[in-house]
Design a protein. Structure first.
Length: 162
């Protein structure tokens, strides 16, 4: 499937809030997303399907040459169609084009499918945060090093907006 990936617009925030809630439950409401959207360090991208329906998102922050991925989500009915990979490749390519970057994130230790997704893109486990989540579950720390991202060639694909 070809995904149209673009920056989040203010007019997207209500639909984005609904999709975040579908993917993760409560936690990131409209107010938090709106505040993040206003920050110059924010990287908020969405993927739409061929009918222009919001199907996935990635929310990250860049400080200097480090990008922290805060959320990555895909509508349940659109999972396993390449949306998450397309969003992550887009984020990596854009940040490499801005001068290379190290990408980091935490994910639940039990989230094996997400860990496999990130490993497939070259992320490696670099540590654990004990009892990181409110329910006491540990977080696995992953990184895609600046050495790895520096070797990637930015590419522009048809269907992607800047």
């Amino acid at each position: 499937m070809a995904w149209m990936i673009r920056d989040v617009r203010g007019s997207d925030l209500i639909d984005l809030t609904k999709l975040v809630e579908r993917c993760f439950g409560e936690g990131w409401g409209w107010s938090a997303l709106a505040k993040s959207h206003e920050l110059p360090i924010s990287r908020m991208r969405i993927a739409c399907n061929e009918r222009a329906a919001l199907s996935g998102f990635v929310i990250a922050r860049r400080v200097a040459d480090i990008v922290e991925i805060d959320l990555l989500g895909v509508a349940p009915e659109r999972r396993r169609e390449g949306c998450a990979v397309a969003l992550l490749e887009d984020l990596i390519e854009r940040e490499v084009a801005r001068g290379g970057a190290e990408l980091r994130l935490e994910l639940r230790e039990s989230n094996h499918s997400a860990r496999a997704l990130y490993a497939g893109l070259g992320f490696v486990v670099v540590g654990t945060r004990s009892r990181y989540y409110p329910d006491g579950e540990n977080a696995t720390l992953l990184t895609l090093s600046s050495e790895r991202t520096a070797s990637l060639e930015p590419r522009i694909e048809t269907g992607r907006e800047s």
